[in-house]
Design a protein. Structure first.
Length: 73
């Protein structure tokens, strides 16, 4: 029950978040693939960047780059 309450509060609380995102290099530049929290062991990507967005109801609104692209480690 406590986990569900935390989930609901997290979902309904509007806030700005910054998280690292995995990037894929394509012909015309880097594209975000997924949050670093969602990466499984053994997966490899072309880079990592911090992204900042306004999050509300589980949706990231107006995401923006918050740093430089870093190499995948």
């Amino acid at each position: 029950m406590k986990e569900f309450a935390i989930f609901i509060i997290d979902l309904l609380t509007p806030r700005y978040i910054t998280e690292d995102v995995a990037l894929e290099l394509r012909d015309d530049g880097y594209y975000p693939v997924c949050s670093m929290a969602d990466i499984e062991e053994g997966e490899r990507f072309d880079g990592v960047v911090a992204m900042r967005s306004f999050t509300w109801f589980g949706v990231a609104w107006s995401p923006k780059l918050a740093g430089e692209v870093r190499p995948w480690e």
